[in-house]
Design a protein around this ligand. Structure first.
Ligand code: CTP
Length: 406
């Protein structure tokens, strides 16, 4: 979740009857924190699970529950509320409400709003697994998909009724991510993207090793932005404590050699990748002989000496494949980025290199970069890593060679 990511967006958040209503309180908080205006509308049943007062306090706006509400001057709440909305999200969406939506029924404020809307509708089903699996519910979900409604989840796992299966409402963070992604242009729809991120860890012995200060934030932000742009994203990450971005497939590795092997395995099997983005801060060297047992401290004068060997250069190796994906490299330099960046792009033979301005970007939330490509250099304004990642994905998308027909 990023501050300001949904600034200017108005979301009608509809709650229907279900125990998952408590999760919608947290979802409201996330939406508000991201800058959205949240207008909560609840069905009568939803008010049995969470009070309108709670939702009003979190959203900072009066909550609507009835089509007979006299607070709107023209008494047309169903028109006014949906006219302002950039999207309507129903979370939780009960079995009954899905059935009503599928049939275009409009017998309360929320269902009327959905029929009278002029904006996208997203629904997050929440119900017992048997109710979700019921043919009528499945039929209704299929009808809604056919009508262009986006169905988020449901997830699977432990349910409030004690059973285990499909039907749980997605977690608030996942619903937030799905909604934030929904608003992003689908510049990479149908494309396959491979991203490396984070540091690597090169062992010395079973308890010690060498690593660097890369937090993984920029690589994870790029994986997230690529997924939001509609791509199928595989993220190969060195050791870092970051949550996997929504909709991204992640593999964890430790060493540079493992990262190289994972990248090559992915590129040589399965369908062709369109883009490779190398954001990982890969260790250039590893210890030649990793001690099998912990190296013990002997006398004061007896300090160990480490001998290093070169690690494979993953980016350069990918760029030299017979039919390489579009390769994007990153460079963190301690000085003279203009010269080093242009040289590094040529040396690695990649079409695009992103140079970090300033050595202190590791672990920070924002970043300033220069793009190096065949045409020259372009400096992008300083931004937080999430919006910078979205900008970089847009820059990559415009440079991407168009697909060969067929
Ligand atoms: N890279 C890689 N494999 C390596 C080293 C680097 O894939 N073994 C990638 C990084 O992910 C990054 C780019 O190459 O996209 C540049 O990394 P950097 O460490 O700046 O470059 P080096 O080749 O190590 O050059 P130098 O240390 O001389 O600056």
């Amino acid at each position: 979740m990023e501050h300001g990511e949904l600034a200017g967006k108005t979301i009608v958040l509809g709650l229907t009857g279900g125990i998952a209503c408590y999760k919608s309180a947290e979802l409201t908080r996330l939406l508000i924190k991201a800058g959205a205006t949240v207008q909560v509308v609840m069905t009568e049943a939803a008010t049995q699970f969470i009070t309108p007062l709670t939702m009003q306090a979190l959203s900072g706006r009066p909550v609507f529950t009835s089509q007979w509400d006299g607070r709107i001057d023209n008494n047309m709440a169903h028109i006014d509320l949906s006219r302002e909305a950039d999207a309507i999200l129903i979370a939780p969406a009960s079995t009954d409400f899905l059935a009503k939506l599928a049939h275009g029924m409009a017998d309360d404020l929320l269902s009327t709003l959905c029929v009278a809307r002029d904006c996208p509708l997203l629904v997050a089903p929440a119900m017992n697994r048997q109710m979700w699996a019921h043919p009528a519910t499945q039929r209704n979900a299929a009808t809604l998909r056919g009508d262009g409604v986006t169905i988020l989840g449901p997830g699977s796992g432990e349910q409030a009724c004690g059973e285990i299966g499909d039907g749980r409402m997605l977690e608030p963070e996942d619903l937030f991510e799905a909604l934030a992604g929904f608003f992003q242009p689908k510049r990479l729809a149908g494309r396959r993207v491979l991203v490396t991120a984070g540091p690597t860890f090169e062992p010395i012995d079973p308890v010690r090793g060498l690593t660097n200060l890369s937090s993984g934030k920029m690589g994870f932000a790029l994986a997230r932005a690529a997924a939001q742009a509609g791509a199928d994203v595989h993220l190969i990450a060195g050791p870092c404590a970051l949550a996997t971005p929504y909709g991204v497939t992640r593999s964890n590795v430790q060493t540079a050699q493992q990262m190289y092997d994972a990248v090559m395995a992915d590129l040589s099997h399965g369908p062709h990748h369109d883009i490779f983005i190398a954001v990982a801060a890969v260790a250039d060297w590893r210890v030649r002989d990793v001690a099998r047992d912990k190296i013990k401290k002997a006398g004061d004068a007896d300090v160990p000496t480490l001998e290093f060997v070169q690690n494979p250069d993953i980016l350069a190796a990918v760029a030299q494949l017979p039919t390489p994906p579009y390769c994007v490299g990153f460079a963190a330099e301690s000085g003279d980025l203009e010269t080093h960046g242009a040289q590094k792009r040529k040396r690695k033979q990649v079409p695009l290199l992103v140079g970090n301005l300033g050595p202190a970007t590791f672990g920070q939330d924002d970043n300033e970069v220069i793009l190096f490509d065949e045409a020259g250099q372009q400096r992008l304004p300083r931004a937080n890593k999430a919006s910078l990642a979205q900008r970089l994905i847009a820059e990559i998308a415009t440079r991407l060679p168009s697909r060969a027909p067929g």
